[in-house]
Write a protein that binds this ligand. Structure first.
Ligand code: ATP
Length: 453
């Protein structure tokens, strides 16, 4: 094995001319080069702040969502999943309060016509684009929901909205889920799906986009148990990120100050990640009281209470909501996994993903395209493909192929060489240590199962 000198990459660059963007630039560049994330409508010049997930990115994003679904739904008998519609009528958003309150304060600079969120300005008197002083218009409440219309007629009564969060689907289906799933509080309804917000200032790559994916769960509890469950979910959700490889020193749980809380919330905490520009939210965990069920009950006329047969009474369950972003979390996983080290005088870039997040778990790499090797390589691919997402790559020299797999974060490369023809064994290379083991083909699945979750 070659000697290795390892240099740690600073999370925030020390480059004075470019103080925050070095790591981000590297991630954005890698994402484009390796088919992770592309600018949407790229061939038409790109559609601002909208992104497409390529062959590698769609696998990573799916893995983030699958890991969430497994933790939140599959291994629990007290949470069920749904998949609700993206389009919904104004009545839903009237009841939820989004029509009235889901707004950001918008200001325009009268000098350069740029628009900003007033609450995000460092100095509310100075334009960050043109440095003009006192050039802002009065703040206007700008509703972030995308509105469209259903059917051929436009106008009020036909307005529909693209959901700005998935949560309302859990509240509007509460009664039907309760009746059909035979659950009782405490129990949860979970959902993963696209949400849309007409953000005034999208940016920082996929951190804030107008179309994004959320992973949300509404946990319905007897009112007196709300505080206990709120604490439980704060702990569980922090643990989820740590278990999937985000270093603890890049994560924190930040309780909201009293003035940040919505009027119905008795507690909200954000799971925050240390992005290159500072701490940013990955997920909010809120103790929402009975606000949502009560609102929908009043507006729809449906009784959204739970009848407790032991107490002999109806009550509105309280709701604890862990609301995470799938696309934003994926970005955090990419940033946390990115590493560079110097190996024999050359920089090796490696994504040290947890195997659950890694797009491919294995890469099968035949050393040559010769007729003698290809059938054997296909045989190895067939052995592992049902169980693990596996890449098959027979182009370029083996060193370049290893580097490519390192940049994709593939935990194990399996190389089939001329010796394989003799001894029915393959070389398995570990992504992190670069250590190579010779493993007989009939033991390969067992060998990999011991190392991959
Ligand atoms: P922010 O303060 O960053 O706008 P928020 O508090 O409005 O976020 P929530 O409504 O709590 O966000 O949504 C839950 C999660 O959905 C967020 O923690 C984030 O991960 C994700 N999310 C929200 N808005 C966006 C967006 N525009 N782009 C990508 N992800 C988003």
């Amino acid at each position: 094995m070659p000697e290795r000198t390892v240099t740690a990459l600073p999370l925030v660059s020390m480059n004075a001319a470019d103080p925050t963007n070095t790591l981000m630039d590297k991630i954005v560049n890698l994402c484009k080069r390796r088919g992770v994330i592309f600018q949407s409508a790229d061939i038409y010049g790109g559609f601002r702040s909208t992104y497409d997930y390529g062959p590698i990115g769609s696998l990573i994003l799916r893995n983030v969502k699958d890991a969430w679904w497994k933790t939140m739904v599959q291994v629990r008998h007290d949470i069920v999943g749904i998949d609700a519609a993206i389009l919904s009528p104004s009545a839903v958003w009237e009841a939820s309060g989004h029509l009235e309150n889901f707004t950001d304060p918008l200001v325009d600079c009268k000098e350069c016509n740029e628009r900003f969120r007033e609450d995000q300005l460092d100095d509310p008197l100075s334009c960050p684009a043109c440095s003009a002083k006192n050039s802002f218009t009065e703040a206007r409440a700008f509703n972030l929901m995308f509105k469209t219309h259903a059917g051929p007629v436009e106008g009020s009564g036909h307005d529909v909205y693209l959901r700005p969060e998935t949560a309302q689907g859990m509240f509007t289906n509460f009664k039907l889920v309760l009746e059909t799933s035979r659950k009782k509080p405490p129990f949860g309804i979970a959902q993963i799906g696209k949400s849309f917000r007409n953000e005034i200032t999208p940016g920082n790559f996929v951190f804030r986009t107008r179309e994004f994916e959320q992973m949300e769960m509404e946990f319905f509890v007897p009112p007196e148990q709300a505080d206990k469950w709120y604490q439980y979910w704060c702990d569980q959700r922090m643990k989820w990120y740590v278990d999937l490889g985000i270093p603890e020193d890049q994560l924190r749980l930040r309780p909201h100050d009293q003035d940040e809380l919505s009027h119905y919330s008795s507690g909200t905490s954000d799971v925050e990640f240390l992005f290159p520009w500072g701490w940013g939210e990955l997920e909010g965990i809120a103790n929402r009281g009975d606000y949502d069920l009560r609102q929908h009950s009043e507006h729809s006329g449906e009784k959204l209470t739970y009848f407790d047969p032991d107490l002999g009474e109806h009550y509105f369950p309280h709701v604890i909501e862990p609301a995470a972003g799938a696309t934003r979390s994926m970005m955090a996983f990419l940033l946390a996994a990115y590493d560079e080290e110097t190996v024999n005088g050359e920089v090796r870039t490696v994504l040290r993903f947890d195997p659950q997040i890694a797009p491919y778990k294995i890469a099968v790499l035949p050393l040559s395209k010769k007729d003698t090797i290809t059938p054997l390589a296909n045989q190895v691919f067939d052995l592992v493909k049902e169980r693990w997402m596996t890449d098959y790559d027979e182009t370029q020299n083996i060193g370049k192929r290893y580097r490519r797999q390192d940049e994709l974060g593939t935990p194990y490369c399996v190389t089939i060489d001329f010796e394989t023809l003799e001894d029915q064994s393959v070389t398995v290379r570990d992504r992190d240590s670069m250590k190579q083991d010779r493993v007989s083909i009939d033991r390969l699945v067992e060998y990999l199962s011991e190392r991959l979750r």
